[in-house]
Design a protein around this ligand. Structure first.
Ligand SMILES: Nc1ncnc2c1ncn2[C@@H]1O[C@H](COP(=O)(O)OP(=O)(O)OP(=O)(O)O)[C@@H](O)[C@H]1O
Ligand SMILES: Nc1nc2c(ncn2[C@@H]2O[C@H](COP(=O)(O)O)[C@@H](O)[C@H]2O)c(=O)[nH]1
Length: 184
């Protein structure tokens, strides 16, 4: 059993299935979901304080100005970040935690928390990303952005503790359970 709560980071190529996998595994293993704040609007299936804390640009700037953000990133015109208090609350309750981050956020957490951070890189090929996202009704500009950044994102797998291709969801979940349990 790990002495301190572990931090599992689901990262990888956009649209590869990270959110689906993270939510399923998180609820199954009782992991605490550390939510980011974002200035982007919720998508059709998303909810306030379930997927993100959705806030205005002004509120984001204020969090940044007052030093409340542990880290932040900008993607297109939107801002994303995690409040210190959000992570502190998660770790204080003793549960293992998980986050869903891009490579920039994943590296920052690894540098801060070292061996307590385990990065799980999820990917699928570009064509599958397109098909899945179009089926889900993701706006075309978002799909195009994801595909444009694919090559840049996929190289990060080499730095992660685990790399898993998400073809068959059931098989992927099995591999991730095994990976996580090997650290607990
Ligand atoms: N193994 C799978 N087989 C088929 N469909 C899948 C599989 N895994 C996930 N999906 C579907 O692919 C779509 C994209 O998944 P999801 O939103 O979880 O990806 P994501 O990586 O979190 O995307 P984003 O980059 O937007 O954060 C969803 O509709 C999800 O149901
Ligand atoms: N570095 C950070 N990356 C984050 C954070 N919150 C989310 N993300 C990543 O941003 C992209 C876009 O997400 P989307 O939900 O708008 O599709 C994705 O890779 C997320 O994992 C954060 O606080 N910091």
């Amino acid at each position: 059993m790990a002495a301190e709560p572990m931090i599992f980071i689901f990262t990888g190529t956009s649209g590869s299935g990270r959110k689906t996998i993270a939510k399923q595994i998180g609820s199954e293993l009782g992991l605490y979901h550390v939510l980011s704040c974002t200035t982007r609007v919720p998508r059709a299936t998303e909810g306030q304080d379930r997927d993100y804390h959705y806030i205005s640009h002004d509120e984001f700037v204020e969090l940044e100005r007052s030093g409340q953000l542990l880290q932040s990133t900008t993607i297109g015109k939107e801002r994303y970040g995690i409040r210190h208090q959000e992570l502190d609350r998660a770790l204080a309750n003793g549960k293992h935690a998980y986050l869903i981050l891009n490579s920039e956020g994943a590296s920052l957490f690894k540098n801060l928390f070292k061996d307590r951070v385990i990065r799980i890189f999820i990917y699928v090929d570009k064509q599958t990303v397109r098909e899945r996202l179009e089926r889900k009704g993701t706006p075309y500009d978002v799909v195009d952005r994801y595909l444009d950044q694919y090559t840049e994102e996929v190289v990060y797998r080499k730095q992660c503790e685990h790399t898993i291709e998400n073809v068959e969801l059931i098989r992927t979940l099995e591999q991730i359970r095994t990976a996580i349990n090997s650290h607990l």
